[in-house]
Design a protein around this ligand. Structure first.
Ligand code: CMP
Length: 152
């Protein structure tokens, strides 16, 4: 089992695409084990995007990500980190394959609707930025036997 930190970004919230995108993850069979809406502060943005803070596009990224609420989620499942990145598609919506979330809904490099952790290590770091341990609600869905075999 892996966990990934997902952010439905301000463009997703403003464009009323939250439900459509959450449905993709649910339909795939992943478990949402934590979820909340919040305003990202400039401080949190700098922590989250620490690897991008020195890049030329960072000021615009910070202004975008702090410009309207986001929805933060923790999604759990087998190979969740890699599978969710595949589901999102390439960073730039114009380059993302049709059938992916960005390929279907985004035509922008910055406004690409969803963030997902790029490794289990990033997921652990990002989850700790957005959630306290007591906000996680792990559970075993009763449909699990219909999503995968016992030995998977
Ligand atoms: P995300 O996967 O959340 O990680 C970093 C974010 O920075 C990325 O999605 C985009 O929203 C944004 N981003 C990445 N590259 C660029 C770029 N070249 N110009 C503007 N924004 C970018």
């Amino acid at each position: 089992m892996q966990r990934s930190l997902i952010l439905l970004k301000p463009d997703c919230v403003q464009r009323r695409l939250m439900g459509a995108i959450i449905s993709r993850f649910e339909e795939k069979g992943f478990n949402i084990i934590a979820m909340k809406m919040l305003n990202v502060t400039p401080e949190l943005s700098k922590q989250h995007y620490a690897e991008h803070v020195e890049k030329p596009f960072y000021p615009a990224l910070e202004s975008f990500i702090t410009g309207a609420p986001v929805v933060a989620m923790i999604i759990e499942g087998l190979e969740a980190v890699g599978v969710i990145r595949e589901m999102l598609g390439a960073t730039n919506g114009l380059k993302a394959a049709a059938g992916t979330i960005r390929g279907d809904f985004s035509s922008s490099r910055q406004m690409n609707l969803v963030h997902a952790s790029d490794s289990p290590e990033s997921a652990a770091r990002e989850i700790a930025l957005y959630f306290n341990e007591n906000e996680l609600c792990g559970y075993t869905p009763t449909l699990t036997p219909w999503f995968k075999a016992d030995d998977e």
